[in-house]
Design a protein. Structure first.
Length: 286
């Protein structure tokens, strides 16, 4: 009858979906402390089974970190991220004239005329040294990882970790005096970045140039530029999705070509890209 076997626990962060290799969902981990049973252990032997233990299940699984949103709003405290979310979507985030009003992500959705929805996450403000856990630090960066793209609200925010995603730069509060001049200055600096790098403290100099897909001046207060911003968000995500789909198709076609090529070579001209499609069942899924 022996001792009970120990449970095998595997720790994973919240926001994980556990699936089989085929993509069937076994369970979700949405909050701290959530648990999902992936494979039940076998029963121990008893007098009913002639003391023979039964075998437990084994199961191959995938852990997918779910995106919290298509776009994440990134900016210094008070830049007006929550105000922007409230005019872009129907979300009603808390807005106030003090830093760190937003403590956890709030998601809003933009609904486009063709019924496509884009989700925007309003994130806590980012300050210098977030990567050293200052301000909302690590929490902030963890949320940022889970968005497809970033929408920077005002500039100085280029933290290198954040620059690997496509990004839009939104210049908010354009209703305030002198913002027009500041915007021109900013556009000039972006265009001639190398000339300005010398003015920055060494640890703030980005290794990679700043590239924004679009720079959009807006005012959350008056609504100026908000429609254009919505259009830019959509455009930018559509381009990214189209790029990813094309990449996937290329990979599939390459895989199919490998399968088609007989082991002894002899693929010749017949191994063209179109060949596999004619066989029907193996064409790339659209
Ligand atoms: N004049 C003007 N004020 C704005 C605009 N957008 C936001 N504000 C004001 O700026 C302040 C901060 O706005 P929030 O939207 O709370 O800023 P936030 O970036 O979400 O701030 P945190 O959550 O603390 O990081 C509030 O007093 C807003 O009313 C704007 O376009 N023009
Ligand atoms: Mg906020």
């Amino acid at each position: 009858m022996g001792d009970q076997g120990e449970d095998l626990n595997i720790c994973a962060p919240p926001g994980i979906i556990v699936t089989t290799d085929e993509g069937a969902i076994i369970g979700e981990l949405n909050a701290d402390g959530d648990r999902v049973l992936v494979a039940r252990g076998g029963r121990g032997g008893s007098h009913r089974s002639d003391f023979l233990p039964s075998k437990g299940r084994s199961q191959h699984i995938r852990l997918d970190l779910r995106l919290i949103a298509d776009m994440g709003l990134v900016g210094f405290p008070n830049a007006g991220k929550s105000s922007l979310l409230s005019v872009l979507s129907h979300a009603k985030p808390q807005i106030a004239d003090y830093a760190f009003t937003t403590m956890r992500p709030e998601i809003g959705r933009i609904l486009y005329e063709d019924h496509r929805q884009v989700s925007i996450a309003d994130l806590p403000g980012l300050i210098e040294g977030a990567h050293m856990n200052k301000g909302m630090g690590h929490k902030f960066l963890k949320h940022v990882e889970r968005t497809k793209q970033l929408m920077f609200v005002e500039l100085e925010l280029y933290k290198e970790e954040l620059l690997s995603k496509p990004a839009l730069l939104v210049v908010n509060k354009m209703d305030l005096p002198e913002t027009q001049e500041k915007l021109q200055e900013l556009l000039h600096q972006l265009k001639y970045q190398e000339d300005f790098v010398g003015l920055l403290p060494e640890d703030m100099v980005p290794k990679k140039g700043l590239e924004f897909e679009h720079v959009v001046p807006v005012s959350a207060a008056t609504g100026q530029g908000i429609e254009e911003l919505k259009a830019r968000i959509r455009q930018s995500l559509d381009v990214q999705i189209a790029g990813a789909t094309e990449e996937l198709h290329k990979e599939r076609i390459q895989e199919l070509q490998k399968i088609r090529r007989p082991p002894g070579g002899n693929a010749g001209a017949r191994g063209s890209v179109r060949e596999p499609r004619r066989e029907g069942q193996m064409g790339p899924a659209m």
